[in-house]
Design a protein around this ligand. Sequence first.
Ligand code: G3P
Length: 218
Amino acid sequence: MKFFIDTANLKEIQEANDLGILDGVTTNPSLMAKEGITGKQNILDHYVAICNIVDGPVSAEVISTDYAGMVLEGEHLASLHKNIVVKIPMIPEGIKAIKYFSEKGIETNCTLVFSAGQALLAAKAGATYISPFLGRLDDISTNGLDLIAQIRLIYDNYAFNTQILAASIRHPMHIINCAEIGSDVMTGPLSAIKALAKHPLTDLGLQQFLADHAKGNS
Ligand code: G3P
């Protein structure tokens, strides 16, 4: 399973990249705003800064909601760097834009996916990735992982190439469960990624090893 980090924070992106396990980055307008990145040029520059840290797909989201606007914006985003993936919302105009980019060989990430039907449409349009939002489904008492499993089954039935990019990951168990189901990618916060490494027995064991070594070498 590929690991993407879901943030626009350059420090966190650098830290995750330094771990050596980072495959890509996803951003969205809310994450950009959270970092105080506003204004068209600043946003574009920030995407390039991210691409300069991570050698992997970097999702950059369009703001337009009409087909012509998405195409114009997406083409400009894609021209910024070879690793940019154009992130497009799951709306009818978005499906048309995904089809357009797919035929042009430009990678897309279909975002705001909350149902299997949406995932099926995006795959038929040729999306490179689809982003089902697990955490937000969990927030409304619907099992987000069930949706990932349902999409996995559908994509496998027809050998769709579209990759499932599990998004809105909130904690390390989401990541583990996604890996069990066979999600192609997960995008999560740095905290959830780092939490995978933690185990109290590891800490205790290491403490003991170091203490025993110190005794034998004092
Ligand atoms: O990648 C989608 C993600 O950013 C949404 O996460 O935590 O805002 O639901 P969240």
